[in-house]
Design a protein around this ligand. Sequence first.
Ligand code: PLP
Length: 418
Amino acid sequence: MDYKKLRPESLMMSYGYDPNLSEGAIKCPIFQTSTFVFHNAQEGKNFFEVAYGLREKNQNEELGLIYSRLNNPDLEILENRLCLWDGAEDAAVFESGMSAISTAMMEIMQPGDLLLYSRPVYGGTDHFINHFLKKLNITAIGFRANETKEEIMARVEATGKADKLAMIHIETPANPTNALIDIEMCAEIKKHYSANDKEVVLSVDNTYMGPLWQHPIKHGADLVLYSATKYIGGHSDVIAGACLGSKELMGRIKGLRTFLGNMAGPWTGWLLMRSLETLKVRMEQQAANATKVAEFLHNHPKVEKVYYLGFIDQEGSEADKAIYKRQYSSSGAMIGFDVKGGEKEAFAFLDNLKLIKLAVSLGGTESLAEHPQTMTHADVCKEDKDVMSITEKLVRLSIGVEYHGDLIADIDQALKAF
Ligand SMILES: *Cc1c(COP(=O)(O)O)cnc(C)c1O
């Protein structure tokens, strides 16, 4: 049997961990330590030469453990396991999704560069792009889910800085109405603006559908970014992030992580390894529940419209159907819906939920509900809100692992409240 060919879900309990190195413990211990003892001075010298790139690694030479800002077993084993889901060469985990995204952007771009990004992106990402990166003289130009390649390239040209395009950053499906972006189309745009001496980097925030249901690297992405706080952590008890990609790009990003010092700690690494063992069963249950909930909402007299990828066959455009078929293996566990009425009715629904909790975030074992217009997307400009159907009647649900009948009963009674 070729161990490396097993499916990720079969490898999440053991991959990359040798019990013999830890007194036979079946689980990887929490290496709650800041520094590691060298066997001798020569070994310390060797490790530093490799860590700082002072010489090439010898064949079969592994980077030894030095200091937990550079490396720690809980992070390294976790990173190796994360790579399996996305088919990535290397990964880096961070203390938050925002630190993964901001570190990748700062490493890839420099002052004067142009960034192309899909709109709207996660609020924190949007703020980082339009405030912090702006201060670094990085220009950003946005495009929307339904724009064609030609329209997007016209936007790039209109900046007058097309030759400075350094990075394309997208989020698909877009939050909260599940609009789709074609990763392969973005890879073509990347190719068009790349030259021998300049490779435009395409990054995909895969928080919504990854790492199970969408694998951006297969479609031409260079970097995959995660808020591991969401499905990867999956229990609403830890903030963490991850970035995956080629050895070369990740070498650069890990380098900056070392000097910013925003790597995850060992306890976070351990929690995420524990979470990864159940990732697939959790996500599959969440998606199955979401189908039942979406069907219930679809037929409810107090619901005007449901935004759910499972309905794309009946309601989607031909272009969206094609992207969906190519990019996704599930309709996911996120649902948006418009109540009949406005903010008053949406708030009455939210305030009357009993089992489902009123909170932002997503991807956890418990179902959550929120009001994007006044909460997660409060900062999005009016024009984007209109285009994205982020109105006062929109409610967003993140579906958990509860019994679907109980979720539906809760939603049913809360819809009776107005
Ligand atoms: C939550 C989230 C982030 C930010 O992640 P943190 O772990 O909160 O820093 C980024 N992108 C998306 C799509 C998210 O949902």
